[in-house]
Write a protein that binds this ligand. Structure first.
Ligand SMILES: Nc1ncnc2c1ncn2[C@@H]1O[C@H](COP(=O)(O)OP(=O)(O)OP(=O)(O)O)[C@@H](O)[C@H]1O
Ligand SMILES: [Mg+2]
Length: 243
């Protein structure tokens, strides 16, 4: 069996020191396999975003190890880590993090620019991603002149531009109305189902968490429970289709 796409061993994160020391993660060991959908759930302050940032190699643990495809990340140089992150992961966050002064297309193609891809190829792939999310007609708009749902779709297009094998989403529907949230969920689970993308989702939304195949329940910096099983009927029919 292939190595898990992500693996942690005794992951610890401490913020601050002395009297302001806070133990945000207290030793987490678990695996995420390629093609899984995993929700990280728990109360506010339980450490969900902290954990996601460590898994996504956006921050380093105080102790413990994150391994990507069997390779411990702490053995790599910072430049190698950035490259791996850019090639392997896509990010969808609640606050969007779009550059308001750039066009939709420029925002979407930023990861390719970082990877050194030329302008023509960048724009071609950018337009293809926007088409996939039915946002091609907004390509030349400034990123500010969009609704919440449109911004989130731009973020998903940007997250997909590198064909990532893992998509991290932190409260992807948190700022959206119910309808728009459902559209975004359909897009995320469609990618999971049809393209085998690994989904790691932080959410307070129980319905969204229930759609994932696995839920890691966090409390005070620890995973206190794990649940399995998706509320989506698609898994079974998908397997039948494959036979
Ligand atoms: N940079 C930081 N410095 C100090 N403490 C921090 C820092 N970032 C997070 N924390 C603390 O670590 C704990 C976990 O924070 P984290 O953001 O991971 O929680 P969360 O589960 O994502 O919460 P929410 O559901 O509200 O987003 C919180 O108590 C928070 O105050
Ligand atoms: Mg959070």
């Amino acid at each position: 069996m292939s190595a898990p796409v992500l693996e942690t061993e005794n992951l610890v994160k401490v913020y601050g020191r002395g009297e302001s020391r806070f133990d945000a993660l207290k030793g987490l060991t678990f695996e995420i396999h390629q093609g899984e959908s995993v929700a990280i759930v728990g109360k506010s302050g339980s450490g969900k975003s902290t954990l996601m940032h460590l898994l996504a190699l956006l921050d380093a643990p105080t102790a413990g190890v994150v391994a990507l495809e069997g390779q411990p990340v702490n053995k790599l140089k910072p430049k190698q880590v950035s490259k791996l992150r850019n090639e392997t992961f896509g990010f969808v966050f609640q606050q969007f993090f779009l550059n308001p002064n750039q066009t939709v297309l420029e925002n979407v193609t930023l990861p390719l620019k970082i990877a050194g891809v030329g302008t023509a190829e960048r724009n071609r792939r950018g337009m293809a991603a926007l088409e996939q999310l039915e946002m091609a007609d907004k390509a030349k708009n400034k990123a500010t002149n969009l609704s919440g749902g449109q911004k989130q779709r731009v973020c998903i297009a940007r997250a997909l531009i590198n064909n990532p094998s893992v998509l991290f989403a932190d409260e992807p529907t948190g700022n959206l109305d119910t309808n728009t949230g459902e559209i975004v969920e359909d897009i995320l689970f469609g990618l999971h189902r049809d393209h085998g993308i690994t989904l790691v989702v932080v959410t307070h939304d129980e319905d969204l968490a229930a759609k994932c195949q696995r839920r890691l329940i966090m409390q005070d910096g620890l995973i206190v429970r794990e649940e399995t099983g998706s509320s989506l009927p698609a898994e079974a029919s998908h397997q039948e289709d494959a036979q």
